[in-house]
Design a protein around this ligand. Sequence first.
Ligand code: EPU
Length: 420
Amino acid sequence: MDSFLIKGGAPLHGDVAIGGAKNAVLPIMAATLLTPEPCVIHRVPNLSDVQFMSKILASLGAEVKPQGHSLAIRAAKIKGVGDYDLIRKMRGSICILGPLLARQGHAIVSLPGGCVIGARPIDLHLKGLKELGAKIRIDSGYIHVRARRLAGNALFLGGRCGPTVLGTANVMMAAVLADGVTIIESAACEPEVIDLADFLNAMGARVSGAGGPTITITGVKDLHGAEHEVIADRIEAATFAIAAAATNGEVTLHGARADHMRAVLDKLREAGVKIERIGPALKISRNARLKPVDITTLPYSGFPTDAQAQMMVLMTLTPGISIITERIFESRFMHVSELARLGADIAIEGPSAIVKGGKPLSGAPVMASDLRASAALVIAGLAARGSTQVNRVYHIDRGYEQMDVKLRKLGARMERLEET
Ligand code: EPU
């Protein structure tokens, strides 16, 4: 397994291009299963999760052709099941369930299981599909769904922790081919849901209200092929912005969507980070001492859980106490014990991490546990004195395209140690 060796202390300077959003492209790829016609997706980030989703689509009979940052997908005929060995490796792949059911009238997909950030149940996905008329049976670790015809319905998708992003995507993708009108209440409002709705509408679907808590879908008979450009990755942009602030550098983000990043930009400003709009780009710098800020992760448009770990690193570098509360995933503090190895002073009290910041971090070998925790460890390594080796960076390659290459271009002293 590859690792990153980082010599900390160099401020990041320069320009970085933000790629297409991982969490938008995965459901959009799944949506291509809804039509036998060819679809083309542009601004596709080159990530192992995307390659993985391509493998899943191919295993279902689709032809997937990557070309640079575009993907041509044609699911002329589909067959087979969402196999355990494929699904368990990437939980996001559960979003093939809705399109498979809508297209074929039945689907068999493995239950994805939990992951290090929490149990990650799919009860809300199944509840939504049931309310569209699907019969659901769980057998030997597989979800069997069947519906001769899906029928539109008014349904509520809110759960214990609020709305569900992929659950909303799954129900939306099933409802586009259902008879009649579906109204999803307490739908997820994330920009990735809007991007999926835009793609579905380009395919001939009738989806309105995406981006708000009520989405209305009027079913159509069939969908056709479409071409679509994926939105910018707001979490990649947030990660580079935080890395710039953490290293006291000055980085201009190109292609980032400030309108999708309000909560993160607001907290960065509150912490003393300077954010300037330069035409369509965002320049991040630090003009003053950092100030501690309290953060609670929430569904969009609140502070994203996917930027919580990175922001925690910034707070370890900030004199004073900040309280970071995780409200989306119950175990998303795996980075805390690794940050402690670099000298961070963080105590966990229930869903909150109490960060006593301001002591300089010093490099150490650390272990990446999941995608965003790994990104946080890289930022910590960039800001720490001495050398940090971040092991198991395959987690980073799942969701950041060439993070090491992009960071080196910004002046980071780091190299990828490839396992031979
Ligand atoms: N939940 C349920 N029941 C369900 C579904 C979700 O209780 O049926 C709970 C979850 O356990 C969690 C909360 O609802 O407590 C929200 O989970 P959600 O379903 O919104 O998460 P997701 O759709 O599985 C996506 C992203 C995650 C991101 C979350 C929250 C993709 C592929 N994944 O997951 O991204 O953290 O939304 O914004 O879109 C990442 O990129 O690192 C990542 C983990």
